[in-house]
Design a protein around this ligand. Sequence first.
Ligand code: SF4
Ligand code: SF4
Length: 353
Amino acid sequence: MARPPMLPGIRAFLTHCEYNHFHNKTTVYNNADLFVIIRQVILFMVISREKLRSISRYTFYLLFLTAPVFNIFRFDLYEGYFVVFGQPWTLGLQSTEFQCVDTATQVRNLLLNFILPVIVLVVFSILAAWKYGRIYCGWLCPHFSVVETINALMLKQLGRVTLWEKKPAEKKQFIAWLLVLGLCIIIAFIWSFTLLSYLLPPKALALDLYHFELSLGAIIALLVLTSVLTFDFFFARHLFCKYGCSYGMLQSFAWMSNSKAMVISFDKSRANLCQSCDNECDKSCPMRLSVRGIKRAKFPCTQCGICLDTCDEVQEKAQNGEPRLINWVSNKEAVAVDRHAASFDIKRLKKSK
Ligand code: SF4
Ligand code: SF4
């Protein structure tokens, strides 16, 4: 019998309960668990994970585009200092006509205005990645939002997510290619203008652009940036996230160093349910990863959770009443995802002897 449709959030919460039911496991909850469960149910009823991720992505994307315009954050190349929430943010090393800065004050200013904020930011980023992986990439990064947007358009128009995958047989190509390329160029131009406005006063830059009075330097910068970004959006996208982004790499290394970190795990005991499914989770992954593989195979996983939703849909369509086969796990269960390959390899090695 068909299951009634459910809000995705509630479905995600029920997955845990369903899993225990199907495996005849009894769950014992104490008061703290109960509080967590009630909070989760309320949260899920109000807002699902995917909605939460959309809100965080769109908000950060908007912040990225508008931070210089509203003086939230930018570097003023002419004045030679950062502007943070409308206030000049200098290292405080130079004397002004109002204040003479001695060496002790210079050291203190350098510590407070630069070294300490950088240390706090770096430590916080590494700790977050150590525990949750590339959570910044999947939940905030504007580049990953572009990856997802262009992937979706390519899939709709060309029947494949990247240029590097097999062509589908009967797809009309020319208009579709133009559409994808056009979107890449438009986004690349908007990004180039935004990046330039992080360095030059954005309002003056916008007026110059409007009146076609940009300086030669600004024109060259816009052309070069737009070309490079168009190339990235059209050809590279997730490949840049995988191999080109140093912040992404840093997060991945921090994540890999913690075997108990949150990771996508596959329930092998129910692997037979995948037989009727055409690897939908792998196909939906924007990073083109082997979702059911070991942790090392998911080195650049952005924790976007798209694969989880896909498997939910597959199981719902199959109407077999089973919860999805892949889930986020941490601690001991995460260690198992990490170690599986080693034990598997050893078994194979023993057999082959
Ligand atoms: S494996 Fe899943 S969570 Fe990780 S990037 Fe792919 S779709 Fe996102
Ligand atoms: S989407 Fe679910 S059922 Fe399909 S292959 Fe992936 S884990 Fe298996």
